[in-house]
Ligand binder design. Structure first.
Ligand code: NAX
Ligand code: ADP
Ligand code: K
Length: 494
């Protein structure tokens, strides 16, 4: 299934390269700026027909250039405008200088702006070119506008949001609307940037798709276009073993619930059989709770080795509620020629010696999926976590490369990354997924996909997406039990 244009995510660096490619192919860059600025003006009139005045704040680069085009367009349409410039407009260059000249009036300096009720602010201070914290002069005005609670339409990005990482550099607008061009940037989707954009609109300003595609690396929004080709429609002659056999390891007698949540989710997500592997101490408590999920006593590494002779057990989930770190390490290393979702305690178990895990899964097809939240991620990848120059996407990809595993870096903005550099940002997860046992459910869904033979990256991305969908369907107030019950069939397009 081809990637939908709307699923493109383009970093600011890729966008600059695309601009250069567009210019080389004969596309007039000033026309692009004109289209961008006019789109902003049209959006402003559409969103705020009742505005008493549009206040356009223009910065020192091309984002400011878009602002001058918007100002000229709004002036022509006869609405009151005020234009305030950060820095000396005489120092503008290229297209921005031309946009300023064509507007043809004199801007006041930014420091002179006093927010007034009825003003609608068009934020054209900084866009994709923001490279350091916004200057104090801008920060003061941003705070004053926030204090007055004025509506803000951000051009490309709310000024202060880093388009690459979504992090706030110094101070940032909290926009009511953001108008961006051609494709979203990571900063529109990663936290906290996602919450600062308001309603986001993407305008096509005329760069052909063939030029966009050349420069887009492996990053996109998570969705069926990524993995539906690997989701097979159910074969009418299927029997349960053909639908994959997933095994989930239980924790001890007082911590069995998490593994059962994973197991139930795996069954509901489509694995033909799911077996809970339990040490003898927890067998009775598990037996008392299980119906469709099967139960098998696996007391120790010797018992696991015997069970592994059955190659029909096609994928494993290890970690939810598992507790025993030494056994977790041992089991994870024994499973290294099988497909494994390593979650929770399974990840934490390797805190002191992550290399032993990474080495075991190196070589061959990627078969390990790890599902860390922030805390777990920092335990296995402390140096990557501590590097402030990396975005969440960069961190997930670096971790995937190092560990030879698909990384599902969880959170409101879950990033799924593959050792080969592909990555996806998930956007369909409602905040009420932040509930105990939600991650266990996710591990089970991914396990089911692996058990059915999906490649690890697609299995993980599809799992995160179905988890988000199930959360939306179950609604606010859900518990992890409701979440498993709300898992919908895997959309198949092949
Ligand atoms: N293909 C596209 O996407 C197009 C993009 N356009 C606009 O161009 C923008 C990018 O333009 P630029 O690359 O000029 O970048 P910006 O306009 O975002 O600003 C960058 C300028 O500010 C300076 N700067 C960065 N951070 C600063 C800070 N904290 N304090 C002071 N100065 C700082 C930079 O050195 C640079 O000169 C986009 O956001 C978009 O609005 C449009 O003009 C149309 C075409
Ligand atoms: N604010 C949020 N918005 C959307 N999804 C969230 C949010 N917070 C957490 N999640 C998701 O909920 C799940 C929580 O998993 P985890 O932290 O392992 O919890 P648990 O161990 O309790 O199961 C993850 O899939 C995560 O991406
Ligand atoms: K902006």
């Amino acid at each position: 299934m081809p990637m939908d244009r709307d699923a493109f995510i383009i970093t600011p660096a890729e966008m600059s390269a695309i601009d250069r490619d567009a210019a080389l192919s004969g596309i007039d860059s000033f026309r692009l700026m004109t289209s961008a600025g006019m789109a902003v003006a049209a959006a402003a009139l559409r969103f705020y027909p009742e505005a008493l005045r549009f206040v356009i704040l223009c910065g020192p680069g091309n984002n400011g250039g878009d602002g001058y085009v918007a100002a000229a367009t709004l002036c022509r349409s006869g609405v009151p405008t005020g234009v305030y410039a950060l820095g000396d407009p005489a120092r503008l260059k290229g297209d921005a200088a031309r946009a300023h000249a064509e507007w043809g009036r004199t801007a006041e300096s930014l420091a002179q702006y006093r927010p007034k009720p009825g003003d609608v602010v068009i934020d054209a201070l900084f866009g994709a070119g923001l490279s350091r914290p916004v200057p104090d002069e801008a920060a003061v005005v941003i705070r004053a506008i926030k204090h007055e609670d004025l509506p803000v339409i951000a051009v490309d990005l709310p000024s202060g949001v880093d388009g690459r990482s979504g992090q706030v550099l110094g101070e940032s607008f909290h926009a009511s609307h953001t108008v961006t061009f051609m494709a979203r940037k990571p900063g529109h989707l990663l936290m906290p940037g996602r919450t600062l954009c308001g309603r986001l609109e993407i305008f096509d300003i005329g760069i052909p798709e063939r030029i966009l595609r050349i420069r887009t690396a492996g990053l996109c929004e998570n969705g069926p276009h990524l993995w539906a080709g690997h989701a097979r429609a159910l074969d009418p002659s299927a029997h349960k073993f053909k639908r994959g056999h997933l095994a989930v390891f239980s924790g001890g007698p007082l911590a069995t619930g998490a593994a059962r949540l994973s197991a139930m989710a795996g069954l509901k997500a489509g694995a033909g059989l799911v077996t809970l592997a339990s040490a003898s101490a927890a067998l009775n408590v598990n037996a008392a709770h299980l119906t469709a999920v099967m139960l098998k006593e696996v007391e120790d590494a010797g018992a696991l080795a015997l069970w592994l002779a059955d190659k029909r057990v096609s994928a494993f989930v290890l970690g939810p509620g598992f507790g025993d770190m030494e056994t977790a390490r041992r089991y994870a290393l024994m499973l290294s020629d099988r497909a494994l979702v390593l979650d929770a305690d399974g990840i934490t178990a390797f805190k002191g010696d992550p290399a032993s895990l990474f080495d075991a899964y190196a070589g061959g097809e990627t078969r390990l999926v790890m599902t860390p939240h922030d805390g777990e991620f920092a335990r296995l990848f402390p140096d990557i976590e501590a590097d402030p120059s990396l975005s969440k996407v960069d961190r997930a990809i670096a971790a995937a490369r190092r560990s030879h595993a698909v990384i599902v870096y969880k959170g409101a903005d879950t990033v799924i990354a593959s050792p080969d550099g592909r990555a996806a940002i998930n956007t369909n997860a409602p905040p009420w997924l932040a509930t105990a046992g939600s991650g266990d459910t996710l591990a089970g869904i991914i396990g089911a996909h692996l058990a059915q033979g999906m490649p690890a990256f697609e299995a993980a991305a599809a799992g995160v997406w179905r988890h988000g969908r199930a959360g939306a369907k179950a609604g606010e107030g859900l518990t992890a039990e409701d979440l498993a019950a709300a898992i919908e069939p895997l959309p198949a397009f092949s």
